[in-house]
Design a protein. Sequence first.
Length: 116
Amino acid sequence: MNRLAVALAPLVLAASAFSAQAQDPHAGHTMPPPPRTQPATPAPDPHAGHQPPAPGAAQDPHAGHVMPSAQTPVAADPHAGHQTPAQPATVDPHAGHDMSTMAPPAQPDPHAGHDM
């Protein structure tokens, strides 16, 4: 019992000191006044010197870019001229197996390992 008390003593002392500081971390300290700051100067206008677009004028996203002709043929169909195979019917994984002798799957016991 004595060794346990000796081993726990530093923890008890640290916990009590920590809880005292947690109550008022500024106790016994003088806090300096906040620094005086100059009034903030407004940021320069990012639009100064720029002409706003005319109202209703739509910007052309393609201006300055070479666009292909609208008459460009569509890419050839890679399946053209090929016969697509018929889709198989849903495959039964039990086809060809005798399922009458199989027991239903065992359900796990929800109470296994618990004292009822």
